[in-house]
Design a binder for this molecule. Sequence first.
Ligand code: NAD
Length: 426
Amino acid sequence: MRSSVAVVGTGYVGLTTGACLAHLGHEVTCVDIDPGKIDRLNRADIHILEDGLEELVVEGLRSGRLRFTTDTAAAVAGRSFVCLCVPSPQADDGSADLSFIRTAAAEMGPHLDPGAVVINKSTVPVGSTDVVAEALGREDVSVVSNPEFLREGSAVHDFLHPDRVVIGADDEAAAMKMVSLYVGLTAPIVVTDPASAELIKYASNAFLAAKLSFINEVADLARALGANIDDVVLGVGSDPRIGRNHLQPGPGWGGSCLPKDTRAMLHMAAGADQPMDLLEAVIAVNEARFDRTAARLAELAGGSLDGVRVAVWGLAFKGGTNDLRSSPSLAVLERVVAAGAEVVAHDPAVDAGAEVLAGVTVVDDPYEACAGAQVLAVLTDWQSFRNLDLDRVVSVMAAPRLLDARNLLDPQTVERCGFQAVRLDG
Ligand code: NAD
């Protein structure tokens, strides 16, 4: 059944949601407070790097099923569904800052049709469905929690092929209406109350963070005991109860969600007088991982990074995205720059000259980043790095030293090219 939908916020979640819902046949209007973004979107100029997203936006614009505007009132009026996809950043005390959500809800409230269903896709603490309802100030509309689980880099695929759809609602009729939006997708649908839906999202992200911190500790142990972490990961991850996803050691986890969501969960737990010691440790292990990665680089450079030219491949928080928010690469580089290094970095999704961090120069070319460098650090798992010419890299570096913090490059090729190479775990 074709529905009319407004999507509020055209970031990673909102734009993907809008484009995919239009692709599924719904009439969608996306609204954002950023006029520059809306101008570009109306020209199908996409600010987000996501496989297949541009094609869906072009398809939606051409068919007339997808529109972009800055006018919230016009966007939500007459719509059966309104999806809230605005930020929920970390506040100073670690809690989730709900001000964007309150503002957006208050702005749209007076313009909603009676019977409209407001779907909150932003990641928010338990109780936020009521916060949205209060800010809307409308007794005649329903609010439903529908946390989003898409992963940046594969957002379109994840939206169209979800593992599960979670719908949290006190109003059963609204939950059933919502199910109709997802007709065409094959996924188990978990219908529950709003508190459980909100907690499902936080618990999922906290568990993923825990897996990553755990395997990073196992990688350190493997190094100390002379075990091969690649084989350990393969052996452990082959157990379907564990799985191989989020079991790859690296320089620490980050991105726009895991850091803020784990802290928001801790804050929420403290508020409920339910300390989460395990989650505290998961975060602490990760902070230590950034220190450790910078320290390993210093060791490789001969004990100190002061005055050392460091080449870096990878700034985004993972390969396949241009999102730099809370990127582990930047967390490590903060430490590297503070230790006195001069950093020249390349990332396939970051333009030359971009100001990502004081003390870091961004260049377009991976070989240019390495010219004259005394050490090269691979910090993001861009698959394209595997195809670079390592002989050429060695020929332009002042000293061919390599820290492959993502275990990305083929160890045999690295050795053949004459690198003095280390990984975090070996
Ligand atoms: P984003 O920062 O990429 O996009 C948010 C957009 O909302 C921006 O374009 C901003 O201009 C717009 N906006 C802010 N206030 C607005 C308002 N009042 N009206 C209209 N537009 C407004 O954020 P995102 O990464 O898409 O995340 C959105 C939410 O989804 C967050 O709660 C996040 O935790 C959650 N989430 C994100 C991901 C992810 O991978 N990025 C995955 C699942 C859930």
